[in-house]
Design a protein around this ligand. Structure first.
Ligand code: ARG
Length: 273
């Protein structure tokens, strides 16, 4: 991608934050323009402290926009975990939605206190962010039209596949490109667009995580997903700015949730057995 395209991408994620911080879901009026960060953590309405959580709410069941109540609410597994942690530690949590590839930069520029987005701690991300312990595991799958019979990476020679910009699936696709002839990658910002591209046939397949693929395939019976055989699992963890004082206290609550059954309850609620 050209530098200018990158710059405008960065700019558009900036704008998304500004707009959502102004009028988005779950924001506290009056604190919207306040930058996030350990030193500037806002005073919440009840007098408690506020932390800004950045996410990319295109990732059902981890985080997604729920319109069923008539208003636009960001809900999901990650949101429930964040709420629980917030309650335990006495923080009000403000959720800010942006593109996935803007999340780590938002931590680096202190526009968010933490990120929950089904995000996997990779060596590269660990250079720019600190991570909590892992709270859930996932595997990569190939999502394609049923009629295509595309189920294995080897079958992707000469095919066009789509992945989320900045995700480990994009990394996996680039890895495949080294050995699979003529594999073309289309990176897109939102998972909904990715699935749309497969449905319309503009691309042959997508790489998506199993739990997310499952929901999209259930909603679109013409699609199928097949887990890519590999020993690798993609754990999800909470990301923080480097040196954040919150890592340890968050880890304590994750541990409590794993011990007191709360995590299993939420896993059941959002992923089924
Ligand atoms: N687990 C993958 C990663 O860390 C994908 C996460 C995508 N999350 C999202 N909210 N869109 O790269």
């Amino acid at each position: 991608m050209k530098k200018s395209a990158l710059a405008s991408l960065a700019l558009s994620s900036l704008l998304a934050v500004a707009v959502l911080a102004g009028c988005g879901t779950g924001n506290q009026p009056g604190t919207a323009q306040q930058p996030a960060g350990q030193d500037s953590a806002g005073q919440a309405a009840g007098g408690g402290k506020k932390l800004v959580m950045a996410t990319s709410a295109d990732y059902k069941p981890y985080e997604f926009h729920d319109l069923s109540s008539g208003k636009d609410e960001i809900v999901g597994f990650d949101i429930d975990i964040a709420k629980y942690i917030g309650k335990e530690l006495g923080y009000e949590i403000e959720v800010v939605d942006m593109n996935f590839d803007g999340l780590v930069p938002a931590l680096q520029t202190k526009r968010a206190d933490f990120v929950m987005a089904g995000m996997t701690p990779t060596p590269e991300r660990l250079q720019n962010a600190d991570f909590s312990t892992i709270y859930y595991d996932a595997k990569n799958t190939i999502v394609a039209k049923k009629e295509s019979n595309l189920t294995k990476p080897e079958q992707l020679a000469g095919k066009k596949i789509t992945v989320q910009t900045g995700s480990i699936q994009e990394g996996a696709a680039k890895e495949l490109q080294k050995t699979i002839q003529g594999l073309e990658i289309v990176s897109l910002n939102k998972t909904g667009e990715i699935v749309e591209e497969v449905k319309t046939g503009r691309v042959d397949a997508a790489i998506l995580e199993d739990t997310v693929a499952k929901g999209y395939v259930e909603a679109n019976p013409e699609l199928q997903f097949t887990t890519i055989q590999s020993d690798e699992v993609n754990g999800s963890a909470i990301a923080f700015p480097k040196g954040s004082p919150h890592v340890e206290e968050f880890n304590k609550v994750i541990k409590t949730m794993q011990e007191n059954g709360e995590m299993d309850k939420l896993i059941n609620k959002w992923f089924g057995q």
